[in-house]
Design a protein around this ligand. Structure first.
Ligand code: WT7
Length: 638
């Protein structure tokens, strides 16, 4: 049995052991899984290259651990509940037996379409059950899944398909989202016009049933392909360190990078963290509202819960459709015990009024979780009082796409609760705070850059096709440490509080974005000469996107221009990257060496122009006044 920590004392003991003897600690956890061949070495590592390997030489298939392993003990238990966008439509349930069958049939479709171990398969799908099934089907045959969030544009999709040289795209016809049906297949068609030469097949899942174009020889209907497929499929033998999936995420420079996670360590850590953070007990019903297009969906809708034999819910809809009571309605309907969502959703629902949750029975809730961005005190309190009725612990889980699993967090009600604090590291996780010079800051009541100084099983192994980039971004800032990009505080009791990114990454509604990426998109507009994008505090989104733009002077109608910029960004990246504010400026504050002074721009965008520091050394100090004035006007139009 996986270690299930039940008290503070037990946590302290486990933590100590995990630091003193990490290999012994993780070997014990790994031993609870089904291996085809045992590993010969638990850990081999150095952070210089980096080169990290867990459970070296071990052979396994993660889907045997998610599915087959449970068939005897809980074959008839519900594994997956799919809750549709439209509440009047019936929900679907899959028992472990049924899910096993569906995954095998889907895996046989992949095989019949020439997908082999190591091939990359791209998913561009809404939150339909077939997405979870398809992802597991890839893992079954050793194909590497690369899920692209269905809110990304054709351009962004094409970039990701090309970067991973995917052989197949799996999509739906349309995405049923709130009151609208949004085209999905049509976006894939557009993406594939952009020289995605590696794609051989497009599998199309019929979701809403609306008409889509099918290209002969390339496009196939999933339901037709599934016809007559066998209900079993041998699980491919995978090495612990064979890639399981690629997931793209944004950094401060360049295009999004494909974070690579591998089979063995990811399996051990997602299951361990799931059980402990959520204090999942047999028979509980667990719901994570994330989209499978992000890491939260991978680790804590699919893998972590299924590895743990849990009942996991995935929901297609949005929090406010048909009304702001939808989340709580689903919690009541399925008697949800653990609920996991993002601060941005909490803030959006909070703004709709306190009465919504009161209409529903939320008494089954035992643990409430939050993830993706810092949670402000007001939202924390609302969640605690109105949803948890002042008695349900909140776990504020800090982690990243790169970490694969939750790193710093409460575990049910084991740790003391402190609003806005993620809390203590999970066993096996060795965070530290460092100065910009890389000096470790010891002791408590301190603040610094958040790093991790020892490997953990689910950590990033490489960035797909570019290992040097992985080294450069995460392992070159400080010697022998993984650098997270976040700043953090450790309070007098050793609890961590995440302050936010210290690089040029912004977090908009829990979606991570590189400011450079947005700038590149804005610059695609023919009248834009130069732009600078920064984040600014936004009451619902956490951070909003603020774009300062220098135009060529040919813009006659500013509002029309702003709309065009939004359209360009939507085309280049997707609607999630649309700037909330666009300010036309004649210049951007720059240093003598020509570097944009983002610090000043961030401050102005936050509405605080009190103390901008010494601007006399700027190349163009005169522009600051103008920028300040314009921002004041723009920000007062909230
Ligand atoms: C960044 C990672 C991990 C799943 C979702 C986001 C921020 C994440 C928290 C939290 C404060 C948080 C960090 C981190 N973040 N969780 N509980 N408190 N900040 O994954 O897209 O890879 O983004 O999200 O800044 O670096 P991601």
């Amino acid at each position: 049995m996986t270690l299930k920590i039940k008290s503070l004392n037990q946590y302290k003991k486990a933590y100590k052991k995990s630091v003193k003897d990490p290999e012994g600690f993780w070997a014990e956890q790994a031993a609870t899984f089904k291996w085809k061949k045992k590993w010969r070495k638990t850990l081999q590592w150095e952070f210089k290259s980096p080169d990290v390997k867990w459970f070296v030489g071990g052979k396994l298939n993660i889907t045997e651990n998610c599915l087959d392993r449970h068939l005897k003990t809980r074959g008839d238990q519900v594994a997956l509940i799919w809750e549709p966008n439209d509440p009047s439509q019936a929900y679907k349930e899959y028992t472990y037996k049924e899910l096993h069958t569906e995954v095998c049939r889907f895996a046989n479709v992949l095989k019949a379409n020439n997908i082999k171990k190591g091939d990359r398969v791209c998913f561009y799908m809404p939150m339909v059950a077939e997405l979870a099934i398809g992802v597991l089907a890839c893992a079954r045959i050793g194909a590497i899944h690369s899920v692209v969030f269905a809110g990304f544009s054709a351009n962004a999709l094409a970039d990701r398909i090309k970067d991973a040289t995917c052989k197949m795209v799996i999509c739906s016809d349309f995405n049923a989202r709130g009151a609208k049906n949004i085209p999905v297949k049509a976006v894939v068609d557009d993406a594939l016009k952009m020289r995605c030469k590696s794609i051989e097949t497009v599998l199309v899942h019929r979701n809403t049933g609306e008409k889509v174009k099918m290209k002969k020889g390339r496009d196939k209907w999933l339901h037709e392909e599934l016809e007559g497929k066998r209900k079993t499929c041998k699980a491919e033998v995978m090495d612990s360190e064979d890639p399981l999936f690629i997931l793209y995420t944004s950094g401060s420079t360049g295009k999004p990078k494909g974070v690579v996670h591998t089979c063995g360590g990811y399996m051990v850590y997602t299951s361990f963290s799931f059980k402990n953070v959520f204090q999942y007990e047999d028979g509980d019903v667990y719901w994570c509202t994330a989209d499978i297009g992000w890491i939260t969906g991978h680790s804590y809708i699919i893998y972590g819960p299924l590895l743990s034999g849990a009942t996991t819910i995935m929901s297609e809809g949005v929090p406010t459709y048909p009304d702001a009571g939808r989340f709580w309605h689903i919690c009541e309907k399925h008697k949800v015990n653990q609920f996991y969502t993002a601060p941005t959703a909490i803030r959006a629902l909070m703004a709709k009024g306190d009465h919504w949750p009161t209409h529903y029975d939320l008494n089954n809730l035992k643990v409430l979780g939050t993830v993706g961005e810092p949670i402000n005190e007001e939202a924390w309190n609302w969640y605690y009082d109105k949803i948890g009725k002042g008695k349900t612990p909140i776990v504020d889980t800090w982690w990243q796409t790169e970490t694969g699993g939750i790193m710093i967090s409460g575990m049910g009600d084991i740790h003391p609760l402190k609003a806005t604090h993620a809390g203590f590291p999970l066993p096996g996780i060795q965070p530290c705070l460092v100065t910009p010079d890389g000096e470790e800051i010891k002791g408590n009541d301190v603040e610094g850059l958040l790093c991790v100084k020892f490997p953990w099983p689910s950590m990033i192994r490489t960035t797909y096709g570019d290992h040097e980039r992985c080294r450069q971004v995460y392992f070159s800032a400080f010697e022998d440490m993984y650098f997270t990009g976040d700043g953090a505080r450790r309070d007098e009791n050793g609890m961590y509080r995440i302050i936010g990114r210290v690089d040029d990454v912004i977090n908009v509604s829990g979606h991570r974005m590189g400011t450079a990426e947005v700038e590149n998109a804005v610059n695609e507009h023919s009248n834009v000469v130069e732009s600078a994008v920064v984040g600014y505090p936004h009451h619902i989104k956490g951070e909003g996107i603020y774009a300062y733009v220098i135009t060529d002077g040919m813009v006659k109608d500013e509002n029309k221009f702003r709309k065009e910029v939004l359209a360009v960004v939507t085309k280049e990246i997707g609607p999630i990257a649309k700037p909330d504010k666009i300010q036309l400026v004649s210049g951007l504050p720059k240093t003598r060496s020509g570097k944009i002074m983002r610090r000043i721009l961030r401050k102005i965008a936050s509405g605080d122009t009190s103390n901008l520091g010494d601007i006399s050394t700027l190349l163009n100090p005169e522009v600051v006044e103008e920028v300040k004035k314009g921002a004041k006007v723009l920000l007062s139009n909230e």
